[in-house]
Design a protein around this ligand. Structure first.
Ligand code: HEM
Length: 142
């Protein structure tokens, strides 16, 4: 079980690395001058590669978590409010991941409507989600 939990933490950290850095690229893309096509292409290529990695890393991160929960029964059954709250955070994180994918498609189509300040705030969301998820699973407050 400890090997599964160790790998769960490693892949969670890797998945979130992508979710932390993608919006950073969006901040830069939102600041690119209209006449800087080369820079725009470079940033789009980086975002594409990172988005692909983030998709791939999400699968073992969640799969190992499900193995701990449904396989080893940790957090299963009544009296595990922390696990239910954590799953809500996971659902919000999946929503954020999907939003990143849609925003990247908008940038590719040249249809981005948002400014760099909006993306700087958007970039803070996964930080808050990770803090809540880690505190829920380590402290188990309810
Ligand atoms: C489908 C999604 C997930 C499921 C089902 C899941 C389930 C679990 C379970 C059952 C444990 C073992 C808890 C224990 O031994 O006390 C665990 C550990 C852990 N999970 Fe998840 N998890 C998921 C997603 C996440 C996410 C999104 C994060 C962080 C952002 C996360 C962070 C952690 C950490 C840090 C631990 C180690 C806690 C400890 O050793 O005390 N997990 N997870």
């Amino acid at each position: 079980m400890l090997w599964v939990k160790s790998l769960h933490i490693v892949f969670i950290a890797s998945w979130f690395a992508g979710l932390f850095y993608l919006p950073r690229i969006f901040v830069n893309l939102a600041m690119v001058q209209p006449d800087s096509a080369a820079e725009r292409q470079r940033l789009l290529l980086m975002a594409h590669k990172l988005m692909r990695f983030t998709h791939i890393l999400m699968v073992p991160a969640l799969g190992l978590g499900l193995w701990l929960w449904l396989g080893y029964g940790i957090g299963l059954g009544p009296g595990n409010g922390w696990m239910h709250a954590k799953l809500l955070v996971v659902a919000l994180t999946l929503g954020y991941h999907h939003a990143c994918w849609r925003l990247l498609r908008r940038f590719v189509a040249g249809q981005n409507q948002r400014g760099h300040v909006w993306y700087r705030w958007f970039n803070e969301v996964p930080v808050v989600l990770m803090v809540i998820a880690v505190c829920l699973v380590v402290v188990k407050p309810f």
